[in-house]
Design a protein around this ligand. Structure first.
Ligand code: FES
Ligand code: FES
Length: 178
């Protein structure tokens, strides 16, 4: 039987442990062992970016990373972007502006864009800045302009405010109730 190692990570804010062959790809551990199929495999060779996830805040191609290298790290996959059912401003912009079509590239694009917007700390990135940040994410459907427009739109204050969770309204008192 091949050797196995137990690894522990924080994945999308939860502590997770897995026991896997040490050279198993992080992409496969996410999809097969952690039940997170949002991360996609395109080329499997580090060329397309479909498998992009964040390790300690940095984008990586998870098809090239042995899971053992992520031991102890903090991981973010596409499943960890939204809080509950409410999409982030970035996800809403992709839906509303046609940034996602077949969707194979979308999880990786979202994570690269998320990392860009975090680095820009509220400043709207220029068109070339978005293109540079997404240079490692190939898309066969959108022609890229809709993706770039969606990323820039998501950085605008109105988009960020609209995606903030609202406090539930206080229950109204009915007339006559105590
Ligand atoms: S599947 Fe990892 S870069 Fe293409
Ligand atoms: S939306 Fe289809 S590959 Fe990008």
């Amino acid at each position: 039987m091949s050797p196995r190692v137990t690894l522990a990570f924080s994945v999308n804010g939860k502590r997770r442990r897995v026991t896997v062959p040490p050279m198993k790809r992080l992409l496969d551990v996410l999809r097969e062992d952690l039940g997170l199929p949002g991360t996609k495999e395109g080329c499997g060779e580090g060329e397309c970016g479909a498998c992009t996830v964040l390790i300690d805040g940095r984008t990586v191609n998870s098809c090239l990373v042995p899971a053992v290298q992520a031991d102890g790290a903090t991981l973010l996959t596409v499943e960890g972007l939204a809080r509950g059912p409410r999409l982030t401003a970035l996800q809403q912009a992709f839906v509303g502006m046609g940034g996602a079509q077949c969707g194979i590239c979308t999880p990786g694009v979202l994570l690269s864009a998320h990392e860009l917007l975090r680095r820009r700390r509220g400043r709207v990135p220029s068109d070339p800045e978005v293109r540079e940040a997404l240079a490692g994410n190939l898309c066969r459907c959108t022609g890229y302009q809709k993706i770039v427009d969606a990323v820039r739109a998501a950085a605008r204050p109105a988009s960020r405010a609209a995606s903030r969770p609202r406090r539930p309204a206080a229950p109204r008192r009915r007339a006559g109730s105590r």
